[in-house]
Ligand binder design. Structure first.
Ligand code: SF4
Length: 541
């Protein structure tokens, strides 16, 4: 009820004078407590709401406001073992108190990554770092791009006006759009694989005259940079998908929630929106970009909605779902970047053509992000159903050094040992039936000499750091799991296996969302496939 009331007060000023942006703005200026109180007064909310939100995010909490440079602490950079040297070099230029961290800045293909002066960089040596810090010049984020089939997401748009003219054909035909999407069997690319047409259909059926389209561009999975690729190289495919969704459900506002760790994406999408306005291609449809402030859990759809509203981004209990009660309590189509980016191709070529690509249940293509351990790291558009071996050898060019396994699909995805590659194809079903998860299809390699127990500790620590705190299995359980794994590495303590299994079960079935509920999966994979290496840390019962 309290959140409903705050939401109602926040929605009075809505997106033009957005509470979350106000909180972020004040935090950046590092203003006094009185200024935050003044903001609360202006929105007629309690001070605690503003303080509660500001204290949540990496970039807005008080102790981080003086940070001048953020070193990437994502899993891919961690596996590449580049960050401690980088940080040491950075300490030659900044006081330790001015150096913060960013969970992943999307440079997983080159590692050595950091964020500085609202830009992201990779610096492989001190000379490079020195010139970045003195010149502050933009550094191209270069990586390989390829495709093994009909390009849907990686093809070039020749003419923007022609591209958007397709909307005219479907303008007042919502049922035709639904039918094409249904035939295509386009499933959400954010990880859950939910049929996209169903979301549109559910929002069409809502009678509320105010509706929203929200694009989840908070690509927080360390190792994934496919949404970043789309925003920086294919922004109009994403924007068209949102615009067309708006026409279909009668919504005239599209909000893109883009993570703050992707400053180039924010800039490029902003320029693309301006281009649409200048060319008058989208009528009275409005876009709004909201810059994330450093929080993994905001990739969870309801936490993301709360975040836009200026509330503390705690996960909401569902139902009601966003289609019925979304942004500011209004019906909302909420989907991820890659899902929206597929819509133009489907409507131009027909749902049937899309369904012919891939497998029966996993149609179309999927962007796959390969990390710096590959000889050809990069972003590859791969037809669903392609075997992993082909992707890794033909596109990735094999591995540069010895690895014992990899994590696919982010921190909640599966940990796959090398011998399982031969059994797997790139689709929801193959990975699920083998006990893994497709997720966002990012691949983070785990080198042979990196202790698996340390990797598990990292997963528990990540969950504990990023937990929204709403439910105790995740809030407390992930921290306890991390403690156990740490203690087992630094003393003669052995983890009670039964207790650890109980903890995983509690997380799995007692957590409200996929963060706490999902982290047991990779840990169980590791316990199964790396038993020999891990047994030393556990009791044998
Ligand atoms: S599982 Fe974790 S992140 Fe999800 S609602 Fe519970 S505390 Fe929040």
């Amino acid at each position: 009820m309290a959140n409903k009331n705050i939401r109602a007060l926040s929605s009075r000023k809505e997106l033009n004078d957005n509470l979350f942006e106000n909180i972020a703005g004040l935090s950046q200026k590092n203003v006094s407590k009185e200024d935050f109180q003044e903001l609360a007064k202006r929105f007629m909310i309690d001070d605690s709401v503003v303080v509660g939100a500001a204290s949540f995010y990496d970039f807005t909490r008080e102790e981080n406001r003086n940070k001048k440079i953020h070193v990437c602490s994502g899993t891919a950079c961690m596996m590449a073992n580049t960050q401690s040297k980088l940080k040491k070099n950075i300490e030659n230029y900044f006081d330790k108190s001015e150096i913060g961290h960013a969970a992943c800045v999307g440079r997983c293909h080159s590692s050595n990554a950091f964020m500085f002066d609202s830009k992201t960089y990779s610096a492989t040596n001190e000379k490079e770092l020195s010139s970045i810090i003195s010149d502050k010049k933009h550094q191209e984020n270069n990586y390989n791009i390829g495709c093994n089939t009909t390009p849907i997401l990686t093809s070039k748009i020749e003419n923007i006006s022609n591209f958007y003219s397709l909307a005219e054909k479907f303008k007042e035909k919502p049922q035709q759009v639904i039918q094409e999407l249904k035939t295509s069997n386009l499933r959400g690319r954010g990880g859950a694989g939910f049929p996209f047409w169903f979301k549109l259909d559910a929002v069409i059926k809502e009678s509320n005259p105010k509706k929203y389209i929200v694009c989840n561009a908070d690509e927080g999975d360390p190792g994934a940079y496919s949404d970043m690729y789309l925003m920086e190289h294919q922004a109009h495919k994403v924007l068209f998908g949102m615009y067309l969704s708006g026409l279909t459900v009668s919504a005239n506002t599209g909000v893109l929630y883009i993570r703050g760790e992707y400053p180039d994406s924010i800039k490029i999408v902003g320029e693309a929106i301006n281009e649409l306005k200048e060319k008058n291609l989208i009528g009275d449809f409005k876009f709004k970009i909201i810059r994330g402030q450093g929080s993994y859990v905001c990739g969870e759809e309801t936490a993301l909605l709360n975040s836009i509203e200026g509330l503390r981004p705690e996960v909401r209990v569902r139902p009601p779902y966003p289609a019925q009660y979304g942004l500011y309590g209004k019906p909302t189509v909420l989907s991820n970047v890659e899902t929206f980016a597929n819509i133009h191709w489907i409507l131009e070529n027909g749902g049937e053509a899309f369904a012919k690509l891939g497998t029966k249940q996993s149609t179309g293509t999927k962007l796959v992000s390969l990390d710096s351990f590959f000889n050809k790291p990069g972003m590859y558009e791969i037809e669903m159903g392609t075997d992993l071996h082909t992707i890794f050898s033909e596109f990735g060019g094999g591995f540069k050094s010895k690895i014992k396994g990899f994590q696919i699909g982010g921190p909640l995805g599966g940990i796959v040992p090398m011998h399982k590659i031969a059994d797997l194809t790139l689709d929801f079903e193959s990975l699920n039936s083998n006990g893994f998860l497709l997720g966002h299809a990012s691949v983070v390699s785990i080198p042979t000499d990196f202790p698996m127990v340390k990797f598990l500790e990292h997963l528990m620590e990540f969950t504990s750091d990023e937990s929204c705190g709403k439910c105790y299995p995740c809030r407390i359980g992930s921290f306890r799991g991390m403690e156990m794994l740490q203690k087992a590495q630094t003393s003669s303590y052995k983890i009670d296996r039964q207790l650890f299994d109980d903890l995983l079960e509690t997380l799995e079935i007692g957590s409200l969302c996929a963060l706490g509920g999902g982290v047991p999966l990779p840990i169980k994979n590791a316990l199964q496939y790396f038993e020999e290496e891990l047994k030393h840390y556990f009791t044998s019962n």
